[in-house]
Design a protein around this ligand. Sequence first.
Ligand code: LER
Ligand code: MN
Length: 269
Amino acid sequence: MRVSISVATTPSAMPQIMFAGHFEDHCRLLAAMGYEGVDLFFPNPRDADAEAARKILDGCGLRATMLAAAGDIMADGLFLNDPSRRAELLERSRPHLEMAAQLGAMPNVGFLRGRHGKRPGESLRHMAEGLAAYCELAQTMGVDVLLEPICRYEIDSILTTDQAIELCTLAGSPSNLGLLLDLFHMNIEEPSVCGAICRAGTLIRHVHFVDNTRAVPGMGCLNLQDVVACLKAVGYAGFLGIEAVPGPDPEEKARRGLAFTRTLLNAAP
Ligand code: LER
Ligand code: MN
């Protein structure tokens, strides 16, 4: 497994972004620290330049793992579970998916799936149809899509890994659809983090590797050694993305989180 970290190209209101702005400087710094990839956020997708970002990443030897670039369409009220505006959503998703293809990154269907609201059954059905169509479009560009279970305090749909697995099945199990498991959300929603990892198995395509308080790994009370052992046991060989709240000294936290994560990776059977 390799280690990546959350980086936004411009300032962002999301708290779990370790570095924002000064993209090239941050990429150089992170590569020198030993990071191998970035979980990339484009807070203003319309102004984003994926080609320029790719050049910088390539120059530093970094991979783009996850891409979050759908903020503009969500701000316009477009969500996968709304069949009345699906054609518009797909059309406006093209540039995002093209950027993901350019970067070799996986777009995250985090909040884009939509909220269930008062009709969870109907919403889930529409969400599955929308997700299937989104994956079909992504497939034409050779892009893999990530579905991230997110906790109850941020959304009301697909909170758990089992719900995400069910949604993948309802969407027809597209071969380019996988799960992004985020330990911060899992620690809130799962009765057993390792049980959920085992059930997700080969569906896991990315991991947000953080401690219970959303601090960098090693600063909380999660048993992350067990988590790494479970991921290894299911054959996961992707990135561990440190999507953490940085606090006042992001550089020190990035070094500390990486050192701790590497110790776990080296110790796991
Ligand atoms: C949202 O809380 C989250 O965990 C992110 O990965 C969404 O991009
Ligand atoms: Mn996450």
